[in-house]
Design a protein around this ligand. Sequence first.
Ligand code: ADP
Ligand code: MG
Length: 406
Amino acid sequence: MITRFEISNYRSCLNCSFDFQPHLSVLIGPNSSGKTNIMNALLLLRKLTEEEHYHSHEEEPTDKSKLKVLFKIGEKKAILTATVGTYTDEKNNDVVVSSRQLWYMKDFTGNAKRLNISLFLARSIDRPRMGKNELFYYRSGYYHYPVKMRKIHESAWKAIMTIARFISEMRYYSASQFTNPGKCPISFEIEEEGGKRRGLRLYGHAKFLYDLFGSFKANSNGYQQFFDIIGPSGIDLVQNIDFQEIVTSSVEYSVKSGGRVRKRTREKMLVIPRFTIGRHELSPNQLSEGTFKTITLLFYLVTEASSILLVEEPEVCVHHGLLSSIVELIKAYSLNKQIVLSTHSDFVLDQVSPANVYKVSSTPQQGTKVTHIPKSMSKRELAALKDYLQTEGNLGEYWKHGALES
Ligand SMILES: Nc1ncnc2c1ncn2[C@@H]1O[C@H](COP(=O)(O)OP(=O)(O)O)[C@@H](O)[C@H]1O
Ligand SMILES: [Mg+2]
């Protein structure tokens, strides 16, 4: 798990650091203080597991950001420093053009020498086939790159690969991804070939429906749990979810020289999701925004085998009764995966302990700064806060009255 994160020269995070909680870390702070930027900086790490970046694009001016991450594996720690060159595209997404990743693994190797191993390399290596001194891996699926490995301690290797897997399983959920269910398709198409199912051109809302369908078909434990939560035995948001499947096959012919004809049949399937709410059977585009967002959040919270989950503003469009169940679930799931939450809601804050809360603030000179609530207060202030929480109110009320802002 991540225990500390330092960000320099990344968007509004000029020089910002904080110590993560092992289970749940909650970021609060005004608009534009940099909560989303902190999450984006974490997601930048995930990008490093997905691709190798050798060259920098000369046309694009790049910013070099530095991320320092402290991981804990059992009782041992490992530190990664990544210098990442990026530019932002027209959708304000980061495009990584260069990176250099160095590991400090003294707890594993016994010395302070930095190891130059990229997260992508660690992710790509097929463990059982690891050679003795030389490893081969694919880049872009086409080229072999020999990588000379100096004698690297095996336990250091294992730790780096564990960390790379952990980071690659990072998931990000933001309510703004699922605004306007009206945009949601009422059916989608999948193709089956060689027993493998594939969604055709699916992203956003449709991707969610496809993921939901996959989980429904597999009837996995995760799906059962998810349905127990949102269904009649849980918060009773929907009474049933069902999918109608219509097989549509298409036949393709290809003609070989000599006139031989080859016939190929592709099985396609049209999938039509139906949600039962009260006495109505509804298409996903007929769900209310709050229902849709709650379903997507809970689905990804419960079913994703993610190691670390970033959740932005779970309160958006959800009424308070439901919100408190959602926060309780987030807390329960944070026992098994690290969760970072951002919120503007005093209701969310009501349900968490001050030890889990970080205040994010920003000034033009200093950029984004993060302070752990218990640390930002004197002993007396903290005692007063605890007293307040016990006798009168809750953290949310306290926040609303501005006491956390000073
Ligand atoms: N690509 C970027 N480069 C530099 N600054 C950015 C970039 N994108 C957003 N910002 C700025 O960073 C600040 C913090 O934004 P954000 O993290 O979205 O705040 P919050 O999520 O706390 O509301 C804002 O002032 C925003 O304009
Ligand atoms: Mg934000």
